[in-house]
Design a protein around this ligand. Sequence first.
Ligand SMILES: [Cu+2]
Length: 272
Amino acid sequence: MKAINKKTMRIVKKTRIRIITGATLTALMILALSAPESEGQGKAPAYKIIEVTDGGSVFGVVRFDTKYPPQKKIRVSKDNETCGTIKLSERFLVSKDNKGLKNVLVTVEGVTSGKAPSPAKSVTLVQNGCTYLPHFQVAEIGADGINIKLLNEDGIFHNVHTYHEDTTLFNVPHLALQKEINQHIAVAGIVKVKCDVHAWMSANIALLKDQPYYAVTDENGSFSIGDIPAGTYTLRAWHEGLPVMEKELTITAEESSEVDFVIKGKKKKKKQ
Ligand SMILES: [Cu+2]
């Protein structure tokens, strides 16, 4: 996180907002993305599935206020025939029209009874042109975890290394002629994917458990989440390059609430 960091950014305050960083953030993500297995003392109650007939919704935009991080160019140092010579970083994808930020995971936290989750059995991550496709994806997982299908469309050697926090989940060589590899992940949370051969290759997979109330911002930073039971919750926005942002969210039956996250970014001072 060089173009924008904790020192050089702050969040414009519209209602109440909290910024969480570092280890606290990591711990919170696990708490938020992993549902408790059982109801017990000191634990949040297990998620209850109910029919939501008069739920409300929330929509909004995650965007920068003025300046935003540029899309960095990365010089490719090996396998140029397949990988090319220049890559554009997909870390910050910002709309030129409204400064909206793509690939922000927005979740409604604190819903204990709500619509049914939709666990997926498998997600696919493609290695193509020495880029992971897609750069960011979200899947819900059930008690059995999820299969990660890795496709090598490049015909060159890659090495897929996945992390949950700083811990390796799996680390597998993907040989040039090996089209497909399948791996299993059992934990919820943010899974970071890196290639140990090509340092610029990175992707993130968010695995949600008992959390059907989420959206990922589109190319204009827009999101929308519906069928939320009336109540007061926390709206959380996670992006790989920013501190977690949170706002209080009050949902009224059959009504729509607008909540925007506006990020004030200052350009990093150049030393030269
Ligand atoms: Cu690679």
